[in-house]
Design a protein around this ligand. Structure first.
Ligand SMILES: [Zn+2]
Length: 288
């Protein structure tokens, strides 16, 4: 799933490609992805692209005062085409294509979604805050306003909730998902289950540095890469996320995981939990 660093890099890449171009056609292949009807999708045709930005994990194409907002969800992606096919795409349950945007020079972009569980969402709005998920977003962790005091207030407010859940809840902090919450907790050497309000002053500084450091470095590495290169770039730098069974790059201990109904988290016991593996409910259920 693309998170803050990838969406930031996508926005940068697309800004360079789309800026000043006119949108001539928008083909929707997956109608269930379109969540708004007013303004209609057709209103985008003939508009000039002014900017491409990011709000949390939402991508925002600003075209003459209208906004095409995309949430790529788990398996969505953007593919640039120097030349789009002449024939409009046929809606098909088998095709990963969700929407195709055609520009005035014959180039364009395909927004795709792999897999059978479709959760990609697309909105045409007059202002980004008309998208409920954007209106609810917490502060952006890379913004200047996201100070250590802001993080401290959030952690106090969240009380005994587990750090992992607090960090990836979009209404609390915008843009961090399952992968980067694993990564920055590993960098901060903290258990994903540590209660949010239990950090002492030194730990607060450590966590703040990890949030800014891990996300900032990922953005720096991704900057200038094309959409097609971003996924590989992300994967090659993950220390624990998705690395179950592999050695931790910091200490060499084996990366472990805890599974839930529809997701899992990864961590290093030596770096994060005092060498003690966390209980994995699925494993203990199987062993009963
Ligand atoms: Zn380790």
């Amino acid at each position: 799933m693309p998170e803050l660093p990838e969406v930031e890099a996508l926005a940068l890449d697309l800004r360079g490609r789309l800026d000043g171009r006119a949108i001539t056609k928008v083909h929707v292949a997956a109608f269930s992805a379109l969540k708004t009807y007013d303004p209609p999708l057709g209103a985008l045709e003939g508009t000039l692209v002014d900017d491409v930005t990011r709000h949390g994990k939402f991508l925002d194409i600003d075209a003459s005062g209208l906004h095409l907002v995309l949430h790529l969800a788990r398996a969505g992606w953007v593919r640039w085409r120097d030349e789009v096919p002449a024939l409009p795409p046929k809606p098909s349950a088998k095709s990963p294509l969700a929407v195709r945007i055609v520009l005035d020079d014959g180039s364009g972009l395909d927004v795709t979604e792999a897999g059978t569980k479709k959760s990609l969402a697309m909105y045409v709005v007059r202002t980004p805050a008309d998208v409920p998920g954007i209106a609810r977003l917490g502060p952006d962790p890379l913004a200047d306003e996201f100070t250590i005091e802001v993080l401290s207030e959030i952690l106090q407010r969240e009380g005994r909730k587990q750090l992992k859940g607090v960090l990836r809840h979009q209404g609390t902090i915008a843009g961090i998902g399952n992968a980067y919450s694993d990564e920055l907790l590993h960098a901060a050497r903290m258990s994903p289950f540590k209660p949010a309000n239990s950090l002492d002053d030194e730990e607060l500084h450590t966590l703040y540095a990890a949030v800014r450091g891990v996300l900032g470095e990922a953005v720096d590495r991704s900057r200038g890469l094309a959409a097609s290169e971003l996924k590989g770039e992300k994967k090659s730098h993950l220390a624990v996320h998705g690395q179950t069974g592999k050695p931790c790059p910091v200490c060499g201990d084996t990366v472990r995981e805890v599974s839930f109904a529809d997701s899992s988290l990864q961590y290093c016991p030596t770096c994060q939990t005092g060498g003690k593996p966390l209980a994995d409910r699925r494993m203990s259920r199987l062993l009963k």
